[in-house]
Design a protein around this ligand. Sequence first.
Ligand SMILES: N[C@@H](CCC(=O)N[C@@H](CS)C(=O)NCC(=O)O)C(=O)O
Length: 267
Amino acid sequence: MLTLYHGDTAVCAAKVRVTLAEKGIPWEGKRIDLGRGDQFDPEYLKLNPNGVVPTLVHDGNVLIESTVINEYLDEAFPEKPLRPEGAYLRARLRLWTKREDSIHYAINTMTTAIIFRPELLKKTKEQQAARIDGIPDPSRRAKFHELMETGLESKSVTDALVAFARLFRDMEKALASGPWLMGAPFTLADSGLISFFYRMEMLQIAGIWTEHFPRVAAWFERCRARPSFTEAIERHIPAAAHDSYRAAGTPTWPIVRAKFAQVLTEI
Ligand SMILES: N[C@@H](CCC(=O)N[C@@H](CS)C(=O)NCC(=O)O)C(=O)O
């Protein structure tokens, strides 16, 4: 039996849901409400000491870290493989999946700057401190503090846009050789990035790739056309989340657009 601890909008959990859907593996979900702070419940922290989702429990064995979980699933359930055969191609695949943590960090930065910050600024100083001080990792806590102070002017935002620009540039090059990042087959390299792109779209900043990287834009449309997109991502996102992301993201797009154009001249 497979149990996935996940959150509706949490992009790292969605990464694992995409893999489960692509491979057709049945699973049971346990919903962790990140807004309510379920991730810091002492019982959950026993499973995932980092206080984040996803966590997978398979026949009593506990696994954390979405990239590791995805690779584990492909190994434990070899039907419908999402990794190529052979040591060299597998190493090439890992060059993509290795980047997912830094891209997630960048996604977290943009989400915090665009939507979490304005929502948290409406709360009392005590509520703000409780939310930020609850983040177990000191460097993530420091980043959150900096984003609360400076928003889109934060250095973390520029760093995030640099990470995206480098990713899109490398994807654009790879996609000249086939529809997917590893060429002809759809692999974990693709499945691991889809939810990040979806989040950027929710934040109204999809223009950072659609305006500059046509093959990346076509790749995302191919991802959208796969049944796993609806099953693992779209169907889990509440309509209210779309409304609030749109409301927060729309006014920030001109600022992000100008910053990204500047970054493109520098990388
Ligand atoms: N590297 C971890 C990152 C997990 C992570 O940060 N998950 C986010 C959701 S996408 C989370 O649970 N955040 C909880 C919080 O910010 O309090 C992974 O890939 O599993």
